[in-house]
Design a protein around this ligand. Structure first.
Ligand code: MIC
Ligand code: SF4
Length: 639
């Protein structure tokens, strides 16, 4: 029996365990990526581990999230990150150089390598044939220190792409179709591996759009083969030397196969407020649009923006629409400036933003009250845009550009000829905004926004507490620890950040949690989906949360809870969720011992006088982490 691409990548990096389905393995990590909103913590944690230089083949620290700099905080963070990168042996991508995933694809990604990134869209690298996984900052810190990354052997879903897309139907529509099929939790525990003859018709940036937004299915990662198309992209980046071929064996076995006929797809849109709420664009055509944003790590490549520019050339943006465009990288922006497409965009009335995440993470450009905002991003969670009642629809750049002209949701197929854009033969790469590692004696500047790391406590003998919050299904990390221009500047200042915990759901949470001396959270399905931000675990830990009992968890968030010493449990019987109320007092006697012995976990509801069963489903390593009081303590104890 042959191997899939996923199996080949895992086999080549296997350090511990065997590739038996469901078992835990440890793999070697070749590259890491951090961004500024998660990077400050990751580097503080790396520092706390006492290792002087990163032990990976390559680590890059990007600044792309907090570039609005509404106060001194973010600029302080950037200085700190620059110093830490130099001192500890990482490359530093300066603000203005672009969004981490786009720049990494262009300048650093290598087929056949593994990568961990403290950002959930790290799987963008799968577009180049990497095994690239989004995790919390602490997991990245451990990998920078040379530690293995542990994961359960994922199931591999083969997504067979057949044929060729019709004009005006693009990569974004493929991933929206995958989301329609799989839902926001259908990818949990799985790798989405693309194959089929249709793959040959997709360029690397188009493949990267698909692997990027695969994160929204909850998948561990997504991966494309590394083939001639990959070679061409790398050659145009002046990096063909790093190319290796990586193909699935013809007789590779998969856990599941999905077939998508590319020729049968049409332009799609994810409606508010979930990326899997997908319908055809034509089904909601003529809906009035107030704002349009073309950008984000999903859709801000050269191809995306050139097509948008071609559509907008010679036209003016509809008077009732605000169109903003954030190019994914300085490389993309430079090419558009040189070939005149930037002029076409500016003349159409597009508002050009710097090459950064920007509005995707609520860093500016919040829409008007109740506005309809059409975005090329990957997430449309309620409130993420910065406006609570805005309605965000996710589309391709082509659909976005069409609406920018008409002022209403428009199937782009009604437009004239589809702009045929070729990728440049030479991207004229320029890495002058990337600073290579410096000496170990580089001084690290720590502004007042860099606060000490809060450290988790070991698991108590008996875990008890009241239910501080009970939430429904699909609660995102944007609900738990919102981002946006008000909160993001405090990512390295946990006391300040903690004031915003659960703000979109219950702004009284931080005060109540502190007053109660901590407690327990009850969640529905897919608790913690979305971002990799460990702050969604770190802040609840800081506020005294000891356990989260949910119907199911998103992968990264569950790992983050364990990393910060919070016990994640699932209901053995989902109906037990209904019996719990806010304020109920719960107790798990002998919790550490019960976990260690692998026994059934009995949770007593002291308020109502009954008992229910919860499941831990943890590996011995995860139990040891909890008992040590989180991954940082565990790593220090074991090094
Ligand atoms: C996001 O898209 O939500 C973010 C902001 O990039 C996060 C990382 C963070 O919260 O810093 C992510 O996707 O992991
Ligand atoms: Fe940045 Fe948005 Fe991509 Fe997150 S999803 S990395 S905020 S562009």
């Amino acid at each position: 029996m042959g191997y899939s691409i996923t199996q080949k990548l895992l086999k080549a990096h296997l350090l511990e365990g065997t590739l038996e389905p469901g078992g835990e393995i440890g793999i070697r990590i070749d590259q890491t990526l951090t961004q500024d909103a998660t990077g400050t913590m990751a580097y503080l944690q790396f520092e706390a581990m006492g290792i002087s230089r990163v032990k990976t083949e390559l680590s890059v620290s990007y600044v792309d999230h907090n570039t609005l700099q509404t106060g001194f905080e973010s600029a302080d963070d950037h200085k700190f990150l620059q110093g830490m990168a130099a001192r500890h042996g990482a490359y530093f991508s300066r603000p203005g150089n672009g969004i981490c995933h786009q720049v990494h694809l262009e300048r650093f990604g290598v087929p056949g390598k593994t990568m961990l990134g403290s950002d959930s869209h790290t799987p963008t690298g799968g577009g180049l044939g990497m095994f690239a996984v989004g995790v919390g900052g602490l997991d990245v810190a451990v990998a920078m220190g040379g530690g293995p990354f542990y994961l359960r052997v994922p199931k591999v879903v083969n997504i067979q792409l057949h044929g060729r897309l019709k004009p005006w139907v693009v990569a974004k529509d493929i991933i929206l179709e995958v989301l329609r099929l799989l839902s926001v939790k259908g990818g949990v525990g799985k790798v989405l591996e693309y194959g089929g003859d249709g793959v040959a018709n997709l360029s690397v940036p188009e493949r990267a759009t698909i692997t990027n937004m695969g994160a929204e299915t909850g998948a561990t990662t997504s991966v494309f083969p590394s083939d001639d198309i990959t070679w061409q992209f790398l050659r145009a980046q002046g990096r063909e030397k790093v190319w290796v071929e990586l193909l699935a064996d013809p007789d590779a076995a998969y856990d599941e196969v999905i077939h998508i006929d590319l020729g049968g797809l049409e332009p799609l849109v994810a409606q508010p407020h979930m990326p899997d709420n997908v319908v055809t664009v034509s089904a909601i055509k003529d809906l009035k649009v107030d704002q349009i944003m073309i950008g984000s790590c999903t859709n801000s490549s050269y191809l995306d923006l050139m097509r948008a520019a071609a559509i907008l050339k010679g036209k003016v943006v509809h008077p009732e629409v605000s169109l903003v465009i954030a190019p994914g990288s300085r490389q993309v922006l430079t090419l558009l400036a040189k070939n005149g497409a930037l002029t076409d965009l500016v003349q159409s009335g597009a508002r050009i933003l710097e090459s950064a995440c920007g509005p995707c993470i609520g860093m500016g450009q919040a829409p008007a009250s109740g506005a309809v905002s059409l975005r090329t991003n990957n997430r449309n969670f309620a409130g993420r845009s910065g406006t609570k009642d805005a309605r965000v629809y996710l589309v391709s750049p082509e659909t976005a550009a069409a609406a920018a002209i008409t002022g209403v949701i428009t199937d782009p197929r009604v437009l004239e000829d589809y702009p045929e854009i070729e990728l440049p033969q030479d991207f004229a790469a320029d890495d002058s905004l990337v600073i290579p590692p410096g000496d170990t004696d580089v001084e690290v500047v720590r502004g007042p926004n860099i606060k000490a790391l809060p450290v988790a406590k070991p698991l108590p003998v008996n875990l008890s507490g009241e239910i501080l919050l009970k939430v429904s299904d699909n609660i995102t990390t944007d609900h738990i620890m919102p981002a946006g221009s008000k909160v993001l500047p405090f990512r390295s200042n946990i006391p300040a950040m903690s004031k915003f915990a659960f703000e979109p759901i219950d702004p009284t949470f931080p005060e109540r949690a502190s007053a109660a001396g901590g407690g327990i959270i009850v969640g529905g399905e897919n608790y913690g989906q979305g971002s990799s931000r460990e702050h969604a675990a770190l802040v609840p830990m800081y506020l005294g949360v000891k356990a989260v009992i949910a119907k199911s968890f998103a992968r990264i968030h569950r790992d983050n809870l364990i990393n910060f010493g919070i016990l994640p449990l699932t209901f053995a019987h989902a109906e037990d969720y209904d019996r719990l109320d806010l304020g109920d007092s719960l107790e798990i006697p002998e919790v550490a011992g019960t976990l260690a012995k692998g026994l059934e976990i009995k949770v007593k509801n002291l308020a109502k006088g009954y008992e229910f069963v919860a499941v831990a489903g943890m590996t011995d390593r995860q139990i040891a982490i909890l008992r040590a009081g989180g991954l940082l303590n565990f790593t220090k104890e074991n090094s």
